[in-house]
Design a protein around this ligand. Structure first.
Ligand SMILES: [Zn+2]
Ligand SMILES: [Zn+2]
Length: 293
């Protein structure tokens, strides 16, 4: 059984428990390492996007920032607390982020600036948004679009996932087929996009998580689907299990079931992303910024 969990969220962002509460639970479960990976989402004027009022209503608007300084201000006390907790913790605690990657040069420069200040231990790549026609769609919004628009958005979604993988800055990619949360992208016709994404992931060397949080919605599958897990096995892409815990009860939930399914799909390459030989974070990011000029 995997004795670490690196995709978790805490109070102050959109999690329901404090760092201390999460840590205590992780100890009871026998984990050796835990990583907190709250959302790092910076997009100019994000409060003017269509999805923002829903986030405000749901009480999780605090995960969104309109500029990098705002995000830095949110992470600074959280990371300081982790440093303090690490001093007398039996479990090693890592400072992570679940990052929404926006592929502009401006975003990359801002992100490099933020990383130089915050110095996280690892980064999770994710795509919760799709930009289209001057609008920023949250994956939740996609179900309200017309079928034609939905096709375009799903296509863009996979492009975003590939752009994040291609950037070479992430340690692992989150919930690859997140759009199935709203029932999209399940048809066989999307396997071509998925296959292209596998190639991008393989070339970049980034790992992929099997995320058990989807068991909450559909008892049959984690993120990603069996179809994608078979591709991950075929490409021999290194894998870890993630719970995406937004409360302490979620920590390691579904790990056994997900691992069994992954093995049934042929996956054997389970790794710890923080024990792999990977060039240091800032070096990866600087390379990515250089490449974009
Ligand atoms: Zn996520
Ligand atoms: Zn998450």
């Amino acid at each position: 059984m995997q004795d670490f969990s690196f995709h978790t969220h805490t109070l102050g962002f959109d999690g329901q428990n404090s760092e201390e509460e999460m840590l205590e639970k992780a100890g009871k479960l026998g984990l050796k390492q835990i990583g907190f990976s709250n959302h790092f989402i910076v997009y100019p004027n994000i409060e003017k996007t269509k999805m923002y009022p829903y986030a405000a209503k749901g009480g999780y608007a605090s995960i969104y920032s309109s500029d990098f300084d705002e995000a830095i201000a949110k992470f600074t006390p959280h990371y300081k607390k982790i440093n303090e907790l690490n001093k007398d913790s039996e479990i090693k605690i890592y400072k992570g982020m679940e990052v929404d990657f926006f592929p502009s040069d401006e975003w990359k420069k801002g992100f490099a600036y933020a990383l130089n200040i915050l110095k996280p231990d690892y980064l999770i790549g994710s795509a919760h948004f799709v930009e289209y026609n001057g609008t920023l769609y949250n994956s939740h919004d996609l179900k309200n679009s017309s079928p034609c628009e939905q096709n375009m958005l799903v296509y863009r979604y996979w492009q975003n996932v590939r752009a994040a993988a291609d950037s070479g800055i992430f340690d692992f990619m989150a919930h690859l087929d997140l759009i199935k949360k709203v029932g999209l992208g399940r048809e066989d016709v999307w396997s071509e996009e998925e296959q292209k994404t596998m190639e991008a992931i393989k070339n970049s060397g980034v790992m992929v998580e099997i995320n058990t949080s989807h068991f909450k919605f559909n008892k049959e599958e984690p993120y990603p689907s069996r179809r994608i897990m078979k591709m991950l096995a075929e490409y021999d892409i290194p894998i870890l299990l993630s719970d995406d815990a937004h409360k302490k009860e979620n920590i390691t939930a579904g790990f056994e079931k997900a691992e069994t399914m992954a093995r049934e799909c042929g996956i054997t390459n389970f790794r710890n992303p923080l024990e792999r030989k990977h060039s240091p974070l800032l070096k990866r990011l600087n390379k990515s910024v250089e490449n974009s000029f």
